[in-house]
Design a protein around this ligand. Structure first.
Ligand SMILES: [Zn+2]
Length: 181
């Protein structure tokens, strides 16, 4: 099956919507005078703050990318999950390099959202940018290759960022698409 940017954007938006929900259900309530503060079941703030930061950073990156390509793009939608449609809309006719960067960004974000939602298995079906084998796993904040022979020059097991995984993935999809046409 070919790579479909719109589907990736929809996946990213759906996962972002889950994160929003998670955040709305567990609001940060440390503001003075907030009556919710007294509730005994208040979840720990670091989890919430992490998610808020994550959402903000994601939207910020989408906005930066889009405005660089389309300075006339209007205001961002209020809901973070709606930002993906906004990006797609304003980069639809952008040059190929811009669209490729957008695809990598969106793909990376949907991986990040999945991991934040606890679905760390999303990395498994990707190819290792180092040795090309499928057998990646998520550990201690990075993607690791299971191939014992896949090592850094220092002899350490290779680790990758989600950005590298997304870049590799989009490049693979592009090659596949070119072969198909
Ligand atoms: Zn590898």
């Amino acid at each position: 099956m070919g790579y479909d940017t719109t589907t990736a954007a929809a996946t990213a938006a759906a996962r972002m919507a889950l994160l929003e929900e998670f955040f709305l259900e567990q609001p940060i309530n440390s503001r003075p005078g907030n009556s919710r503060r007294a509730t005994a079941t208040t979840p720990s703030a670091p989890v919430n703050l992490g998610t808020v930061d994550h959402i903000r950073r994601s939207v910020y990156d989408l906005e930066q990318h889009t405005r660089a390509a389309a300075p006339d793009a209007g205001p961002l939608p209020a809901r973070p999950s709606a930002a993906y449609d906004w990006v797609m809309q304003h980069t639809e006719h952008a040059p190929e390099t811009v669209q490729r960067r957008r695809d990598v960004l969106i793909y990376k974000q949907q991986l990040e959202h999945a991991i934040r939602l606890g679905e760390t298995g999303v990395v498994r079906r990707h190819r290792c940018p180092g040795c090309g084998t499928v057998g990646l796993h998520w550990r201690a904040g990075s993607v690791r290759c299971r191939n014992r022979r896949c090592r850094t020059p220092d002899g350490l097991g290779s680790t990758w960022t989600l950005s590298q995984i997304a870049t590799q993935y989009i490049a693979d999809q592009e090659k596949r698409r070119r072969r198909a046409t």
